[in-house]
Design a protein around this ligand. Sequence first.
Ligand code: ZN
Ligand code: MN
Length: 451
Amino acid sequence: MKCGLEIHVQLETESKLFCSCPTNYQDAQVNTNICPVCLNQPGAKPYPINEKAINNALMIALMLNCKIDANLIYFMRKHYNYPDLPSGYQKTSIPIGYEGDLNGIRIREIHMEEDPGQFKPDRGIVDFNRSGIPLVEIVTEPDMHSPEEARTFLRELIRVLKYSEGARGEGTMRADVNVSLEGGKRAEIKNVNSIKGAYKALKFEIIRQKNLIKRGIEIKQETRAFLESQMITVAMRSKEDTDDYRLILDPDLPPIKVANEEIENIEEIMPEAPHNKIKRFVKEYGIDEETAKILTSELELANVYEKVVKSINSEFAAMWMRDELKRVLSYNKLDFVESEIRDKDLIQLFSMLQNKEITTKAGQRIIEHMPKNKKSPSEIAEKLGLTGIVKEDEIINAVKQAIDENPEAVEDYNQGKKASMNFLVGQVMKITRGKADPSETVNILNSLLKE
Ligand code: ZN
Ligand code: MN
């Protein structure tokens, strides 16, 4: 299988690409964020292009390691006929970046275009609030070879876009999925609007094409639609060629010159892309790649890690954040930002652990109470009675008590049932309220049970 993607995502701007209408189309009443320009009325002259949109698109191209050839950016008219586009053409730029790469998948090119309106046949309306919102279209080479690979790529791409803060998320994504099997012609599946949808569409399309090949039927080059509700694709039209779009230069839009200093400026302020951040974490903090991937899975989490390691051993902090913090977050179904856990509290918890003021077990219990909690770890420890590591003689007393109270477990242990040891350790933990050091407890239990 060979799969290439064309991914459209809205750019993050306050106003539209060629007019000053706002871009908050989701909360607005139908057809209220509109003017003659974004209604694509014949003769309406576009305003000068939104500079924020260009800068965001250039930044995304740079974060995807694209070459930039920004001396002049032209806009073309791409013609097609559909109720969401009264002018009959979409304003679309020539590539602003090309020959990029994201984790081994080649990016063929990136360009900008305007979003059309939303045709809602079921309600008999076209809502133009979305019309004219700037989009970036990212076109890959056919470098993906399974639905899983395409899914991984899309997840990673959405992550880069989120990091860039220059584009909106998966919610505004529309992907065209090109797929062909060895020797067959290419089918293009239009308007897939989620990562899961792309995965399901590919799964379906592979089976459909395989069945046709088996029956000796030729696979036509065609455009297909993805029906989200049924997770299947259906024929739409036989594929148009680029010629059918009759691309011409838009005479209303003068070419835009982007100065080299402008590009350098963007390079300076742009955020580090996650795939580059992973490499740096491995090198700078001496952690393995898998851990670095987990820590950079969320920008906020990565930022907090970098604050924490200013005062905490980087490997120790990485281990705790990867294992315990992530466990607590996924148990509570929260991402890091939603958990409202503060960096200073993580630093306090980790230094309590490093200074052996609390046991590992106590640390695990404290961190479970940290999401959405205004109290600091030391206050939580106080409240749960987890402060201080119990001294050796206290453990000895607790072990004696556990042995006295559980003669059957002791008997079992003497009969060779090793599992009884775990039970007795558990009892000691209960008596000391989790404050006994587990390995010390095992040692003391061993020596007292022998007597
Ligand atoms: Zn407008
Ligand atoms: Mn497009």
